[in-house]
Design a protein around this ligand. Structure first.
Ligand code: DXP
Ligand SMILES: NCC(=O)COP(=O)(O)O
Length: 253
């Protein structure tokens, strides 16, 4: 089990770039946010280069590769353009995510089971280049088995449905989603996959997920960047880190 291993926090800085892009120009600077996140105890930085470049830009990825002391988790769609960019930079990790131009945010997990051959060919060169390949998927056994078969080393479970149910005050639905996430974390771990989780996590929703012993990393962004407006980025991240560590400690005591 992974319960005694440190739970890593990846801070997603996409929405610093969202604010910057609202006006164009250079402020606020996502690279500066990434360095503050490192100082606040982030174990990694996550950045999603969307095909429409609505937040993170190509120059941001280049800059992150230069300035980071912690690993970069580069989120991208399974397109030829993105594959070329990943192969040029060779980030520590590449997380393949589904993308729709018209969506407001990443709505669901990647469809791996129906695209196994295509995805296996797509990720092979990324792995050969030395990046750890992670697949962003729903808590669904069929998709997890497919991710394992195509040679992914990591899966990241989409926690959005759980967080949305919680935000709507639909406690039974939130509990149901949590149960799925718990069972599928254990299942993925039993196949030898490293398990990460993220999307929409907040101070109110992080603890049950942090307590799952098989989860090794949480990627959290939008809420932290919002909370930074009130607390400052460093305290907002430190608070999240403390909540994650406390939940993990409680679960193992
Ligand atoms: C894949 C994922 O969950 C993150 O990239 C997160 O969605 C932040 O980016 P968006 O808000 O653009 O979806
Ligand atoms: N992969 C999930 C992620 O990086 C952060 O998602 P969010 O906290 O910005 O919703």
């Amino acid at each position: 089990m992974g319960s005694n291993e440190k739970l890593r926090l990846g801070v997603n800085i996409d929405h610093v770039a969202t604010v910057r892009n609202a006006r164009g120009g250079a402020y606020p600077d996502p690279l500066r946010a990434a360095k503050i996140a490192e100082a606040a105890g982030a174990d990694g930085i996550t950045a999603h280069l969307r095909e429409d470049r609505r937040h993170i830009s190509d120059a941001d990825i280049e800059g992150l590769m230069d300035v980071l002391s912690v690993p970069l988790n580069f989120e991208m769609a399974a397109t030829e353009e993105m594959q070329k960019i990943a192969l040029r930079h060779k980030p520590h990790a590449v997380c393949i995510v589904p993308e729709k131009r018209e969506e407001r945010t990443t709505e669901g997990g990647l469809e791996v089971a129906r695209e196994e051959n295509k995805l296996a060919h797509f990720i092979a060169p990324l792995r050969e280049a030395g990046s750890r390949v992670s697949i962003f998927i729903a808590a669904d056994a069929r998709q997890i088995e497919a991710a394992n078969r195509i040679g992914a080393e990591v899966i990241e479970l989409h926690t959005g449905a759980y967080c949305d149910a919680f935000a709507e005050g639909n406690w039974p639905a939130a509990q149901e989603e949590l149960k799925k996430l718990e069972e599928m974390s254990a299942f993925a771990h039993s196949l030898g996959l490293e398990v990460h989780a993220g999307h929409g996590l907040t101070y109110d929703t992080v603890s049950p997920i942090a307590a799952f012993p098989e989860v090794r990393e949480l990627n959290i962004g939008h809420f932290l960047i919002g909370e930074a407006i009130f607390l400052g980025l460093e305290p907002a991240i430190r608070e999240m880190r403390e909540m994650m560590d406390a939940a993990r400690a409680d679960a193992t005591s």
